[in-house]
Ligand binder design. Structure first.
Ligand SMILES: C[S@@+](CC[C@H](N)C(=O)[O-])C[C@H]1O[C@@H](n2cnc3c(N)ncnc32)[C@H](O)[C@@H]1O
Length: 287
């Protein structure tokens, strides 16, 4: 059984199932990806071909294996303070605005959503940026508890790491500056754990971006970075449109550095800050 081969028909069956379950559009040239990422799971569940595996995971009762298949097909690559743009926008534009909103009483709490938070580096980086700004501001009227950050992802294994807040030396070394590491993490042996002050600002939940966002309430900022690229254009448009419904009027939306919202912009205005692009929800226009 060592040489499992994925036929073109099996490739189509499996990629259609992946698309139906999580929206990820596996390109024609990506058969190798399906083969390499799923072979060990196919063997583990005792199937002797990708077709029998497809039939097995398609059964309603095999939800758990189907979730593991989707987990294996997601790319969880992330790092601390990934790309300069969002952190520059947060520091120079958005965090000062959030402080003003709290001081003026137009908000009691600022709510931020990291949609597709993977192993947690993105929402924790947002929390560290805000907490550092609170310390720099030295205004006792602004409190940590006035910021709520939500991280959601589809991948149970990524969420497990995010929830644990524990990172090995390799993950901790990617993008984290020494001062933030010293200030916001606890170290035991080789493992760094996100400190309680940061941890308590962030809540994680498993969520599929294909599902309704109605239960989420309103956010002041949504980050949906480096995930829309995996979706077909119609699904990307639909998600971007539904994210607008989760934002307050003038609420902000940040996508990945190489992603564009071309063709999805009717609910947003494009903004520039320090040469970086972000988006604001146009007032009104509820879907
Ligand atoms: C490349 S990571 C991006 C992480 C982070 N936003 C960043 O930019 O560093 C993409 C994440 O999207 C998640 N994902 C893929 N499809 C999803 C879906 N339908 N719903 C929710 N999350 C999804 C994957 O599990 C993965 O963790």
């Amino acid at each position: 059984m060592s040489g499992l081969r994925l036929s073109p028909e099996e490739f189509d069956l499996i990629r259609n199932l992946v698309r139906k379950e999580c929206g990820i559009a596996v390109g024609d040239e990506k058969a190798y990806l399906v083969e390499t990422r799923l072979t060990s799971l196919v063997k583990e569940v005792g199937c002797d071909s990708f077709r029998t595996f497809y039939e097995f995971v398609s059964r309603a009762t095999n939800r758990e294996i189907r979730d593991r298949m989707i987990d294996a097909m997601t790319t969880n690559e992330t790092l601390w303070f990934r790309d300069d743009g969002p952190w520059e926008i947060l520091r120079t534009q958005l965090i000062p605005e959030f402080f003003e909103m709290l001081k003026s009483g137009s908000r009691r709490t600022i709510r931020i959503w990291s949609a597709a938070s993977s192993t947690g580096q993105e929402p924790y980086s947002v929390a560290m940026s805000i907490l550092q700004a609170i310390d720099d501001l030295k205004d006792p009227s602004i409190k940590d508890e006035q910021f709520e950050i939500f991280g959601t992802d589809l991948s149970p294994s990524a969420l497990f790491v995010a929830n644990s807040g524990r990172y090995d030396p390799m993950s901790i070394s990617r993008g984290l500056d020494p001062a933030s590491k010293e200030k916001f993490f606890d170290q035991v042996g080789g493992v760094h754990s996100v400190g309680e002050r940061v941890r308590s600002r962030v809540t994680f939940k498993r969520y599929n971006l294909m599902d309704s966002f109605a239960e989420f309430g309103r956010f002041d900022l949504v980050l949906c970075r480096n995930v829309l690229i995996y979706f077909a254009p119609e699904l990307k448009r639909d998600i971007v449109e539904r994210i607008a419904n989760t934002l307050h009027d003038d609420g902000c939306f940040i996508v990945g550095a190489s992603e564009s919202l071309q063709g999805c912009l009717h609910r947003y205005t494009m903004q520039m800050c320090e040469g970086q692009i972000y988006y604001r929800r146009k007032p009104g226009g509820e879907a």
